[in-house]
Design a binder for this molecule. Structure first.
Ligand code: NAD
Length: 553
């Protein structure tokens, strides 16, 4: 074990030290998750999303890397909450790694139990793509965030956010995508963030345009851009639990209001306001109960202000961080009076198995990603959203760590893209294998009643069988590595979800694995929503040839 945390950067290029490309890919993606360009706090192995980690501790990290380098092509490495626990003989078609992160038996599925186990060194919080080694920096969520704001524009503002102002908070790993996503949808945004280093990072990576001196200045700048119809993002340093109520006091109402602070985690995510002579970290360490109480109080104040702004005409939506639940636990009885973003704007996509599809060039060469961008534009010429997104992304997005891309594709699209990428590796159009994965935030991989499965048509919001079926199906279909997590996005006790990663290394074996797992994985989204009775999913199931015995399809 090293004393000073090492600075990690994944190896690049077409030569591997592991015994197969899947093992090499898993190793590079673990390392990439911890690259300082990618991770929010790599020194603590924290990738994003509060304390979402890639490995339990540095000792476990080094053991994982060593083990992946010696792992045979018919073996599987088991990872239990960030610690490598066993290598077993399986077979060549099995995943090389199976991961389980932060899972607890339902009765004990809460932060209190988790924290005890975490402090005893027995668990870690995997978030979604932190512990499953397929985080690609803020771009990873940009397309989804854009889909959400574009959905809001379509539903409430005639198709564009031009001449509107959005207020949000949190410029962390995921939340940092908000300013650029609102801008892409044509709007102006005010982004409240309590940590100046996060504001700096978003400015450096061009996700944020400018910083205001204070809230009044931010409003003045935003109003000017709104009047001019200019899409622009403004950061402002401060605590959302103070600044959002200040908007109410100023009698100023934005067009849209949401939030992406790490409210899923009251102890380590959402920061309560502190006095100038107080230090939040010291308060948390010395008086944890006082800290928790203050965090809850702050979240309740924050939500009351959002509700007030909604009452005054703002379109309010919850952005998947469980802020409403925290406030309701603290006595805000009408906290759920504003909707979550999935039922509000995303569910139709899920009915088509449409969701985030991401890929990473193991060569480290941006030219490989540009080649795949071009190939996808030619493969799906009729998809207007994809055309405009990929054209924009190729031109404007700064890569973090290994070059990567994301777009949203549906059932019977993702397998086509994966097949094409495998051919490109085989014929040398790209110079090394391509990793293909997705967020756990997807059509058929997650049970999360305050987010992805909020307000399901048949009331099956809390049924997590579907996430487990997705996990088993990915293993049976040839995933490179598969993961099952608890508590991602909305915190412990509120979600269960699975993650899939596949590899295009140009071999016929990879072609077969990709054709199965990239077909079956999005199929789960269609199946889950067809079973819940959504007409769109039923139509897609019929038209695209799924076999669903209980529905007569
Ligand atoms: P993060 O921990 O990297 O960033 C959170 C940011 O919020 C930090 O920069 C922190 O300084 C800031 N913050 C905390 N309390 C604050 C306060 N009171 N006022 C102002 N700023 C405050 O987390 P992230 O990866 O950006 O994720 C944010 C939240 O969104 C998490 O709860 C996560 O689970 C959720 N999430 C949502 C989606 C989605 O698509 N909706 C996807 C992934 C994650």
């Amino acid at each position: 074990m090293t004393e000073t945390p090492p600075t990690i950067r994944a190896p690049r290029g077409p030569h591997r030290t592991a015994k197969g490309w899947i093992q090499e890919a898993a190793k590079r993606m673990l390392m990439n998750n911890l690259d300082p360009e990618v991770a929010e706090h790599p020194e603590n192995l924290v990738v994003y999303g509060g304390r979402g980690k890639a490995a339990r501790n540095w000792e476990a990290y080094h053991k994982i890397v060593e083990t992946l380098d010696r792992l045979e092509n018919d073996e599987t490495l088991l990872i239990q909450s960030g610690k490598p626990v066993a290598v077993l003989k399986t077979n060549e078609w099995s995943p090389r790694v199976i991961l389980a992160n932060s899972n607890l038996v339902p009765h004990w599925a809460n932060w209190e139990t988790f924290d005890q186990l975490d402090q005893a060194g027995l668990m870690m919080y995997g978030q979604m793509t932190a512990g499953s080694w397929i985080y690609i920096g803020t771009q990873g969520i940009l397309q989804g965030t854009y889909e959400t704001f574009a959905g809001a524009a379509k539903k409430h503002f005639g198709g564009t956010l031009k001449h509107t102002i959005t207020v949000t908070a949190g410029l962390g790993g995921m939340g940092g995508a908000q300013p650029l996503a609102v801008k892409l949808a044509g709007g102006v945004s005010i982004n409240i963030e309590v940590d100046p280093t996060r504001i700096e990072k978003r400015l450096e990576t061009k996700y944020l345009d400018e910083v205001a001196d204070n809230l009044g200045d931010a409003i003045a700048r935003a109003e000017k851009y709104k009047a001019q119809g200019v899409a622009r993002s403004i950061g402002v340093l401060g605590n959302a639990a103070e600044l959002v109520p200040e908007l109410v006091a100023l009698n100023w109402t934005p067009d849209l209001i949401t939030d992406q602070t790490s409210a899923h985690d009251p102890m380590w995510g959402y920061l309560p306001p502190v006095a100038p002579d107080e230090d939040a970290a010291t308060l948390r360490a010395d008086y944890p109960e006082e800290y928790r109480k203050r965090a809850y109080e702050a979240m309740a104040t924050h939500v009351r202000a959002i509700l007030e702004l909604q009452g005054r005409g703002a379109v309010a939506f919850d952005y998947g961080n469980n802020l409403r639940q925290r406030a309701s636990e603290w006595g805000v009885q009408n906290a759920f009076d504003y909707q979550g973003f999935v039922p509000a704007f995303i569910r139709d996509s899920f009915c088509e198995g449409r969701g985030p599809f991401r890929w990473v060039a193991l060569s480290g060469d941006p030219a490989d990603i540009y080649a795949t961008d071009k190939a996808l534009l030619e493969l799906f010429p009729e998809d207007e959203r994809l055309q405009s997104w990929l054209t924009y992304a190729a031109d404007q997005i700064a890569f973090q760590g290994l070059p990567a891309r994301i777009c949203w594709l549906g059932y019977k699209e993702r397998d086509k893209a994966a097949k094409l990428f495998n051919e490109m590796v085989a014929d040398g159009r790209v110079s090394a294998p391509i990793v293909i994965g997705r967020d756990h935030l997807d059509a058929g991989s997650v049970a999360s009643p305050y987010r992805e499965t909020e307000a399901m048509k048949d009331g099956s919001d809390a049924v997590s069988d579907w996430a487990l079926l997705n996990f088993g199906l990915g293993i049976a279909s040839g995933a490179a590595w598969m993961s099952f997590h608890h508590g991602g996005g909305v915190g412990l006790g509120f979600s269960q979800h699975s993650g899939l990663v596949a590899l295009a290394d140009g071999t016929p074996e990879a072609a077969l694995r990709l054709s199965r797992c990239l077909l079956n994985d999005p199929a789960m989204g269609v199946i889950r929503h067809a079973d819940a009775g959504y007409d769109l999913a039923l139509d897609v199931a019929r038209e695209r040839g799924l076999d669903l015995p209980s529905l007569g399809i």
